[in-house]
Design a binder for this molecule. Structure first.
Ligand SMILES: C[S@@+](CC[C@H](N)C(=O)[O-])C[C@H]1O[C@@H](n2cnc3c(N)ncnc32)[C@H](O)[C@@H]1O
Length: 308
């Protein structure tokens, strides 16, 4: 089970700049993009459900979810809403720990798999098809926590999604989200092997960073050759601005390196040409990759409190 990403025909100087599209199309651009994204995730729903199962993808089970659970603290009796919940495995995990859970996602097919799970093994979870930027029917100030697990970078109007999280949270409620690390693990960047003053480095190239942009990505999921999904790059500054505008104060900021052991580069799953070429044939390359694995955070988990 893996969750690897690679660029498809990527322009490392950054796909479509969101600011430009927004100033040209206004808010209509988000409706259009959201429709496309909904269709993309519906198309992959069956396979995603199979991959995520009841524990999530590898990185979630091992790298991300333990951090989110730690930040959440005790969940017994807490009212928790998850946005972009996918097949709902994380919501089920929370419900099994005693939380009262509502799980939402834009893709009706993904939610239908979750609803089947509820029918077979009831956990009193309410599953709803909702755009995270418009969680209609959910009352304001009605939840203790909102979770966005690896979905804000898939959501077109993430700013509104953060606002909606704030709307439905009670005062002092928690909003916790995880994303691929915008500085170190993003579609605008790639690994390379470089020589400087006779020393070889395994390095990350970051051609652009500050502008928000969208790009089609290939998510490599076992059994599916090419699943193209839209993703958004946003700087950490951008995420902080969304949080501040929505009345949140950041309480936790965790940069997470992966626990995944180094394997030889694999043509099938590794979209990065420089890594393909290297194949870690040299011991030094392997050591560099192990060091990068330990030292370069690939995920970000942010915890925040609604103060206003
Ligand atoms: C990478 S998946 C993560 C799913 C789940 N959180 C997990 O960890 O398995 C991203 C999810 O975001 C959902 N999504 C994308 N745009 C959305 C939107 N505007 N509103 C709600 N969900 C959205 C997709 O349907 C997909 O299920």
């Amino acid at each position: 089970m893996m969750w690897e990403q690679s660029r498809v025909g990527s322009n490392p100087t950054g796909g479509t700049t969101l600011e430009k599209s927004k100033s040209f199309w206004g808010r209509k651009i988000f409706n259009f993009m959201t429709k496309t994204i909904k269709a993309e995730w519906d198309k992959i729903a069956r396979q995603w459900h199979k991959e995520a199962g009841e524990k999530g993808l590898w990185h979630q089970k091992h790298d991300i979810d333990p951090v989110i659970l730690k930040l959440l603290g005790g969940v017994k009796g807490k009212k928790i809403l998850e946005i972009g919940a996918g097949n709902g495995y994380f919501s089920r995990l929370l419900a099994k720990k005693g939380a009262k859970v509502t799980a939402t996602d834009i893709a009706p097919k993904l939610i239908s798999f979750a609803q089947k799970e509820e029918k077979n093994n009831p956990l009193s979870i309410t599953y709803l098809v909702r755009n995270a930027a418009d969680i209609r029917g959910v009352k304001k100030k009605s939840f203790d926590a909102v979770i966005a697990n690896m979905c804000l970078m898939d959501i077109a109007d993430a700013e509104r999604a953060v606002k909606e999280a704030s709307r439905i949270l009670k005062k002092n409620g928690q909003f916790i989200f995880s994303v691929t690390h915008p500085v170190f693990a993003d579609f605008r960047q790639y690994w390379t092997i470089t020589k400087q003053k006779n020393k070889t480095y395994f390095a990350r190239i970051v051609p652009t960073y500050l502008s928000s942009s969208s790009e089609k990505f290939t998510l490599l999921i076992s059994g599916i050759k090419k699943f193209k999904a839209t993703q958004y790059h946003r700087s950490i500054d951008t995420y902080f601005t969304y949080l501040k505008k929505a009345g949140f104060l950041v309480s936790d900021f965790r940069e997470i390196a992966t626990k995944k052991p180094v394997t030889k580069a694999n043509f099938k799953i590794d979209g990065d040409t420089s890594l393909r070429r290297s194949k870690y044939s040299k011991v030094q390359e392997k050591k560099m990759k192990e060091l990068a694995g330990r030292e370069i955070p690939v995920f970000l988990v942010v915890g925040s409190i609604k103060i206003k």
